[in-house]
Design a protein around this ligand. Structure first.
Ligand code: F6R
Length: 260
């Protein structure tokens, strides 16, 4: 894993936005895997800003979101589809037909999950998969104990995730108990993964993801087996890393080799 440590949330967002925007400029037909939640908001704001300045074009890009709550439709303000419209899709020139978010109201969710996998394959696979990490180590909604080879499916949210996500709802009772999520195997198929984490409440999950043993109890640790993952974290999220200084030194050395 390539670990990038920056001072704060603003800086990790800038770093990630730069990577995605460079990828999109190099390949306008990029297939993006997108995440919701608090973490990628500033990154999306930066991409929108670049688009509005005329520096970024989404017209040929395709996207697949990681997950959606079962039972919430696109009109529901807590749905991930609504989130994506609000923070990215409604501001840029992505073609509606190229946007994919799992349908929380699909009449046959299992069938829908299989169809979602087929659509990803038909698009040629995901080039950049953006990820956040849950305080319990989940990525997508793959909770501790998930199969490391899982595919898109219907999953049950862990109590910790329900508690964490209740901040976006009026009360904890309103947080849906189930979701449709890309599986860990689906995420691992992406050509490049970019995981973002900010804040001390993510520090333990980040430590287990990067330095812990590879195990289903920390679903994000599966990324240790991914050939091209960049983890971009702020100092607060990095505070429990045993080899923090090494990651900083490594990045500095790489930069020197690349630019000197
Ligand atoms: C969201 C997703 C989740 C979040 C994670 C962190 O689409 O798949 O895995 O990335 O729960 O959420 P935040 O960013 O709100 O801390």
């Amino acid at each position: 894993m390539n670990v990038i440590i920056r001072a704060d949330y603003e800086e990790i967002s800038r770093e990630a936005a730069n990577i995605i925007s460079a990828g999109l400029k190099e390949n306008p037909k990029t297939v993006l895997g997108l995440a919701t939640g608090g973490t990628p908001k500033e990154l999306y704001r930066r991409l929108v800003k670049e688009y509005k300045k005329g520096e970024l074009d989404f017209s040929q890009a395709t996207s697949f979101n990681l997950d959606e709550y079962v039972g919430l439709g696109s009109e529901n303000k807590q749905s991930y589809r609504y989130f994506m419209e609000k923070h990215l899709f409604s501001h840029v020139n992505m073609k509606t037909g190229n946007i994919h978010v799992p349908d929380g109201l699909a009449p046959d969710p299992q069938l829908h999950c299989m169809e979602y996998e087929r659509m990803i394959a038909k698009a040629g696979g995901i080039d950049f998969q953006l990820l956040g990490i849950g305080s319990d180590g989940h990525i997508g909604f793959n909770e501790p104990g998930s199969s490391l080879a899982s595919r898109t499916g219907v999953v049950v949210l862990a109590r910790e995730t329900i508690r964490d996500n209740s901040r976006f709802f009026d009360s904890e009772d309103q947080v849906p108990r189930m979701a449709i999520s890309m599986g860990l195997g689906t995420i691992m198929d992406a050509r490049k993964c970019i995981m973002l984490a900010s804040g001390e409440n993510k520090a333990e999950a980040v430590r287990k993801c990067i330095e812990g043993p590879l195990c289903a109890m920390t679903p994000a640790s599966v990324l240790q087996m991914h050939p091209d993952t960049t983890v971009i974290i702020d100092e607060a999220a990095a505070c429990k890393l045993e080899r923090r200084d090494y990651y900083l030194w490594l990045e500095k050395t790489r930069r020197k080799l690349l630019y000197n």
